[in-house]
Write a protein that binds this ligand. Structure first.
Ligand SMILES: Cc1cc2nc3c(=O)[nH]c(=O)nc-3n(C[C@H](O)[C@H](O)[C@H](O)COP(=O)(O)OP(=O)(O)OC[C@H]3O[C@@H](n4cnc5c(N)ncnc54)[C@H](O)[C@@H]3O)c2cc1C
Length: 505
C-alpha cells in the first residue's frame, strides 16, 4: 500500500470530497483519510439542502464571491456529476417592519453582490406563488436562482469522480497525530503513517482539533444544534419554492448562548419531500444526531406563524445537525477562551504560513453550495505550492447512476433484459431496485452500511423508513461484501442491526 502522497485530505464530507476532486485535476497523488466507514456521514448528510444565490452574505467577502460564482455554475456541476438539481427559486418572507428591514437590506446586498433574478414582491404575488402561507405576509424577497440538491448525493458523486481520477480514499482511518518532516508532514492514523507534502484539513466539526494536533489554538468551533422535520412525498406540492422566514422577534430571543433567533425554512427537496427546520439551539456536544424537544418546540411555534396548514401528519422523520461556529480564542487563566463574536466569513487558515497546510475551520452555510469553490481554492493553492499543472487526462464527468423509478416502462424493459436485478424492486416506497443497490455497493467508494445504501439510492428514505426493505438490504450487503449479516451496520461504529452491539464476527 502506498504511503507517500502529494496531498492528504483529512475528512470525507462535502469539502473533503470536492477538495480531492480538485486536487486530482492537477494530477496530484491524493489520499483522503476519513475516520468513519463512508463519505458524507458528518454535517454533510444533515443540512438544509439549499443552493444559495449569494444575497445573504456581506459584499466583498470570499464567502459571497464563492457563493455567487458557485450558484451560477451549479447546473453545469450537477450535469457533470450526474446529480439531481432543482432550481426552484426562493421566497424570503416577513410579516412586519423588522423583517421588512432585513429583506430590503438583503435585496440591496444581493444587487451589490451581482445576484441576478432578485425582486422584492408584495403580498398578492407572494400568495400567487405560495398560497398556503399564513395570512399577513407583508413582503417577500424572491430569488429565482435559489435551488436544491441532496447533499449526500452531491458528496458521493464528487467522491466517485475524485476516485475515478486517481484519488484514494481510506476509511476507518482516524487522524491522531501530525508532525513536520523534511519537505512536508507525517500524518498518523490508528493504523499507518502517511508521508505527505501538503495537508488539507476538512474535518468539519473537528477541524480545530485536527489543526491543534500540530499548531497552537487560534480558532475553535462551538456548535449549535439545528433540528429538522421531514415530510413524506404525500405532502409534495404543498410548497414549490424554498421558503424562509424573517421573524419579528429575532432580537428578543437571540444571542449565541440562547435558543431561537431563527426563522423557519421550508424546502421542497428533489425527491419530493418537504424539509422543515432548522432550529438553532445551544449545545455542549459535538456529537451529531440527537434531537431535542426544545428545538421542535421552536419549529412548531414557527410553523404556526408561517404555514399553519402544513400537513404535519405526513411527518416521517426528524434529525438534527450541528453548526460549527468558529470563534477566535485567546489564553486566559491557562485556558483558551472564546473571544468576540462568531466569525461569519469562511475561515481558511494557513497555520504553517504557507500552502503546505490549509484548514477549513468552521465552514457553515453556504458550505455545500461552495464546496466545489472551496475545493478549488485549496487545490489551486496546493498546486501552486507544489508547482503542479492541470492534468489534461482529468475527466470531470461521473455518469449518473441508474434510477429505475425515473425511467419509462420501455426503458425499464430494455434495462431488465440485460440486468434482471433492475426489475426486482426492493424499496417499494421509493421504487429502488436490487440492481441499483448492487451498483451502490460496488461504486468506488461504495456503500458498506444500510444508510450508505440510503444515501446513494434513496432506499429506506420513504414513508416506511426502511421498515419493509432493511432486511433485504442487509442480505444484499452481506452477500455482495461476502460477510455475515450480523456484521452489517446501520450507520457507523457499533450500529449492528441484528445483534445491537459489538460483534466478534
Ligand atoms: C444546520 C445546517 C444547515 C446547513 N444548510 C446548508 C444549506 O442549505 N446550503 C449550504 O450551502 N450549506 C449548508 N450548510 C453547510 C454545509 O452543510 C457544510 O458547510 C458542509 O456540509 C461542510 O462539510 P464538511 O466537509 O466541512 O464537514 P463534514 O461533512 O462534517 O465532514 C467532515 C469529515 O471529517 C471527518 N473527520 C473529523 N475528524 C477526523 C479525523 N481526526 N480523522 C479523519 N476524519 C475526521 C468526519 O468524520 C467527517 O466525515 C448547513 C450546515 C448546517 C450545520
Amino acid at each position: 500500500m502506498r504511503t507517500e502522497y502529494d496531498a492528504t485530505v483529512i475528512g470525507a464530507g462535502l469539502l473533503g470530497c470536492f477538495t480531492a476532486r480538485e486536487l486530482v485535476r492537477y494530477g496530484l497523488h491524493t489520499i483522503v483519510l476519513e475516520q468513519r466507514e463512508d463519505v458524507c456521514t458528518g454535517i454533510s448528510r444533515a443540512n438544509s439542502a439549499i443552493v444559495y444565490t449569494g444575497c445573504d452574505t456581506k459584499p466583498g467577502t470570499i464567502k459571497t464571491e464563492m457563493c455567487v460564482r458557485a450558484n451560477r455554475g451549479f447546473d453545469t456541476l450537477c450535469r457533470e456529476l450526474g446529480v439531481r438539481f432543482s432550481r426552484c427559486g426562493s421566497l424570503m418572507i416577513c410579516f412586519g417592519p423588522c423583517g421588512l428591514g432585513v429583506l430590503e437590506k438583503k435585496y440591496a446586498q444581493g444587487l451589490e453582490n451581482g445576484v441576478q433574478g432578485l425582486r422584492m414582491i408584495g403580498p398578492e404575488e407572494t400568495y400567487d406563488l405560495e398560497p398556503n402561507l399564513a395570512p399577513g405576509v407583508r413582503a417577500a424577497l424572491y430569488a429565482e436562482g435559489t435551488g436544491t440538491v441532496l447533499p449526500w448525493e452531491l458528496g458521493c458523486a464528487a467522491a466517485e469522480n475524485a476516485a475515478a481520477n486517481g484519488a484514494e480514499f481510506r476509511f476507518c482511518s482516524r487522524v491522531l497525530g501530525i508532525s513536520r518532516r523534511e519537505g512536508g508532514y507525517t500524518v498518523s492514523t490508528d493504523t499507518e503513517n502517511i508521508r505527505t507534502r501538503c495537508v488539507i484539513n476538512c474535518a468539519g466539526l473537528f477541524a480545530d482539533e485536527v489543526q491543534e494536533l500540530l499548531f497552537a489554538p487560534s480558532v475553535r468551533l462551538f456548535p449549535k444544534r439545528g433540528d429538522y422535520y421531514v415530510l413524506d412525498t404525500k405532502a409534495e406540492g404543498f410548497i414549490s419554492h424554498v421558503i424562509s422566514h424573517e421573524p419579528e422577534d429575532k432580537k428578543k430571543d437571540g444571542g449565541f448562548d440562547k435558543g431561537g433567533d431563527k426563522g423557519l425554512t421550508l424546502v421542497p427537496t428533489v425527491e419530493g419531500n418537504i424539509l422543515v427546520g432548522p432550529s438553532n439551539m445551544p449545545t455542549d456536544s459535538k456529537r451529531l444526531g440527537s434531537t431535542e424537544r426544545d428545538g421542535f418546540e421552536l419549529l412548531d411555534r414557527r410553523i404556526s406563524e408561517v404555514m399553519p396548514g402544513l400537513p404535519m401528519r405526513h411527518m416521517i422523520r426528524s434529525f438534527s445537525s450541528l453548526r460549527p461556529n468558529p470563534f477566535q480564542v485567546e489564553l486566559a487563566g491557562g485556558e483558551y477562551v472564546r473571544n468576540g463574536k462568531s466569525i461569519s466569513n469562511f475561515t481558511i487558515a494557513e497555520p504553517a504560513g504557507d500552502a503546505s497546510f490549509l484548514s477549513f475551520i468552521g465552514i457553515k452555510t453556504p458550505g455545500m453550495t461552495c464546496a466545489q469553490e472551496l475545493g478549488r481554492y485549496a487545490a489551486e493553492k496546493a498546486a501552486a505550492y507544489l508547482g503542479a499543472k492541470e492534468d489534461p487526462r482529468f475527466d470531470p464527468v461521473r455518469p449518473a447512476p441508474v434510477r429505475t423509478a425515473d425511467l419509462s416502462v420501455a426503458e425499464r424493459d430494455a434495462l431488465i433484459k440485460d440486468r434482471p436485478d433492475y426489475g426486482r424492486i426492493v424499496c417499494r416506497c421509493r421504487g429502488v431496485s436490487e440492481g441499483e443497490m448492487i451498483d451502490a455497493i460496488h461504486s468506488k467508494p461504495g456503500a458498506v452500511t444500510v444508510d450508505g445504501i440510503k444515501r446513494r439510492t434513496g432506499a429506506g428514505g420513504g414513508r416506511c423508513q426502511g421498515g419493509f426493505c432493511s432486511q433485504k438490504v442487509i442480505e444484499l450487503l452481506a452477500r455482495e461484501r461476502r460477510c455475515l449479516p450480523e456484521e452489517i451496520m446501520k450507520d457507523g461504529p457499533g450500529s449492528y442491526i441484528l445483534t445491537g452491539g459489538e460483534t466478534d464476527a
